[in-house]
Design a protein around this ligand. Structure first.
Ligand code: ATP
Ligand code: MG
Length: 594
């Protein structure tokens, strides 16, 4: 049964910044690139060492050479300093490069895995899950995760290594002065913590409002034609402006906290500096400290404050990454409900027999669409399935090609339960033409041979069978004519013709037409039926049609009502019976005449 969890998932929930289980899985994902990761980690100590060497070189330069007017010695120190700078630059470059590379590879891998996973999920999942949410998974969640690699976890480790080094060297140089500097730390943590939390809450609001803006935009663009047709522009504009304004406001709040944080830390840094100059100056006068040592100290203090200031930002990055990872893995863990079983069973003969045996089916809960529905279609038979709107005709088709699985009962194709078929084989065996043809961006030909191995001969045979050859000839570049998104450059009827041809390319043993010809003119429809009669001779066909006139000549007509087959027989027999079919027919004829 469908689970509701996906709907209740919130995209703006941030939890822990580190979760061992998730981190373990992330590591497993990144393991393919472990050399890159270890490569950048191995650079950390060297970078720290070089960073810490700089202020100390300054101290040596001042105390041992400048104050003694030793020009040659000073030059030597300057050369060493330049060398350290150069090496640091090189290592930093390498580190940034390795981290970015790791992040990008992880993004790439995760994205590929997510998309592959989506390809396996069943139709019901896509009904329940908003498109926007899946776009977020594949596009932004993977990026948030990769941030954990580029500026989250490893950057924190690097910072901690630096901090430990700085603290040690400061204590070693002059522990009294070091303690004076550290006195600021609790205040620093308090200020950074306060603004960081406020900034994070504000940022969460920013994301929420951005999501609302996106959702609105997406819907407006998709429905633009209808908006313009019903002159709803003013309403849409006002709504959009409202959301846009909300977004701007939240962004502003977030920026304010962010700015306060940075300004606060700067100010504290200045206070620390003042304390150092005051106390350190006193110690120089006492002869307990050299002038160079004080300068070095001031520099160390800077290197001490920056990582602490950025720790909060990295914490947020990690939180976002963990939340995204959680969502990504919960999607990946959600196995397809409909998939090829481990042990498949092939039918003895692919004759085209269909049997529904006591089928019960509900899309959700216990709202049964089909209730104890049974019927059979023998090989080569042409059966029509009729019923009023929403009665469950398309549902029968979805059960037949296993877009959904039955609740109870069985659907058999050539004597084998569809749940035992190899899915790919089943779907080539049962060709379905839907009410709403879906075509993709690409040429007409690529749309006809979706999995690429149709072959030109099969395409041409299918086109003529669907009477679509003339249509293709009319197109500016024939089979090579490009189709735009959703094939918007074709009429609905033209799209249906191509969809029919597409189903015929695979030469299926069972052909299902679900209102497939509702949008072509009666003349074309007749031609399609004639052509198909030729092609489908000896093949099983199930036709669903509202216009009953199109199914008079079916071998048998099944009338679906209240979830089961209410009556069945030939057109003449059913009319004579004077039941539901006769009534539908009367209404249909009336409508057609009126
Ligand atoms: N994906 C879905 N999720 C939930 N309910 C659905 C879904 N598709 C259809 N339904 C419901 O199941 C019932 C049967 O739908 P179905 O599409 O099979 O009707 P139909 O007989 O093909 O109707 P029509 O003649 O309009 O095509 C309807 O009440 C519909 O609301
Ligand atoms: Mg339908």
């Amino acid at each position: 049964m469908p689970e509701p969890a996906i709907h209740e998932e919130h995209d703006d929930v941030l939890g822990r910044a580190f979760d061992r289980r998730l981190a373990g899985r992330l590591w497993a994902t990144a393991r393919a690139h472990h050399r890159l990761v270890w490569g950048s980690v191995a650079l950390f100590p060297f970078i720290t060492l070089l960073e810490l060497a700089q202020p100390y070189l300054l101290k040596i330069a001042i105390d041992d050479h400048i104050l003694h007017a030793d020009w040659t010695g000073l030059t030597a120190v300057a050369v060493v300093y330049a060398a350290v700078l150069g090496a640091l630059y090189g290592l930093r470059l390498m580190e940034a490069f390795l981290m970015a590379l790791t992040g990008q590879r992880v993004i790439h891998d995760l994205r590929a895995r997510l998309f592959e996973h989506l390809l396996r999920l069943e139709a019901g999942f896509f009904d329940r899950t908003p498109v926007g949410r899946l776009m977020t998974r594949v596009l932004s969640d993977v990026e948030a995760v990769s941030e954990a690699f580029t500026s989250g976890l490893f950057a924190v480790v690097a910072d901690v290594v630096t901090l430990v080094g700085v603290v040690a060297i400061m204590l070693w140089m002059d522990w009294r002065l070091a303690l004076v500097t550290f006195a600021i730390v609790p205040v620093l943590f308090a200020v950074a913590g306060y603004f960081r939390i406020r900034a994070r809450d504000a940022y969460r609001e920013v994301r929420r409002r951005l999501a609302r803006l996106n959702a609105f935009l997406q819907e407006s663009i998709q429905g633009m034609a209808v908006i313009q047709l019903f002159a709803r522009e003013a309403h849409e504009r006002a709504e959009f402006q409202q959301r846009n304004e909300d977004y701007r406001r939240s962004l502003f709040t977030s920026t304010r906290f962010e700015a306060s944080l940075y300004a606060g830390v700067e100010a504290l840094g200045s206070v620390a500096l003042a304390l150092l100059v005051w106390y350190g100056g006193g110690r120089i006068l006492d002869g307990a400290l050299t002038f160079g040592a004080l300068v070095a100290f001031i520099q160390y203090t800077n290197r001490f404050f920056l990582p602490i200031r950025d720790l909060g930002a990295k914490y947020t990055v990690m939180q976002a990454a963990m939340a995204s990872a959680e969502r990504i893995y919960s999607l990946l863990d959600r196995g397809p409900e409909v998939e090829t079983p481990r042990a498949t069973r092939a039918p003895a003969a692919a004759a085209g027999r269909v049997a529904f045996e006591g089928v019960w089916f509900a899309y959700a809960d216990e709202r049964w669409v089909l209730a104890d529905c049974s019927f059979t279609v023998t090989p080569g038979e042409h059966v029509a399935l009729v019923g009023t709107t929403g009665e469950g005709k398309s549902t029968c088709v979805r059960l037949l090609n296993r877009t959904w699985d039955v609740g109870r009962g069985r659907v058999l194709v050539d004597g084998v339960d569809v749940r035992e078929w190899d899915l790919g084989r089943l779907r080539r065996h049962v060709g379905v033409i839907f009410q709403d043809p879906v075509l993709f961006t690409g040429s007409v030909e690529s749309n006809l041979t979706l999995d690429g191995d149709g072959g030109r001969v099969a395409v041409e045979r299918a086109l003529s069978a669907a009477n679509a050859a003339a249509l293709v000839e009319r197109l500016p570049q024939g089979l090579a004519t490009p189709l735009v998104e959703r094939a918007a450059n074709l009429s609905h009827g033209e799209r249906q013709l191509l969809a029919i041809a597409r189903a015929l390319v695979y030469n299926p043993a069972i052909l299902v037409l679900d209102e497939a010809t509702s949008s072509v003119d009666p003349e074309s429809e007749r031609m399609i039926r004639d052509a198909m009669a030729r092609l489908m001779a000896g093949r099983t066909t199930i036709t669903i049609a509202h216009r009953l006139s199109t199914i008079h000549d079916a071998d048998r007509i099944l009338v679906l009502h209240r979830g089961r087959i209410h009556e069945e027989g030939t057109h003449a027999a059913l009319l004579k019976r004077g039941g539901l079919y006769a009534r539908l027919h009367e209404l249909g004829a009336g409508a057609a005449l009126g």
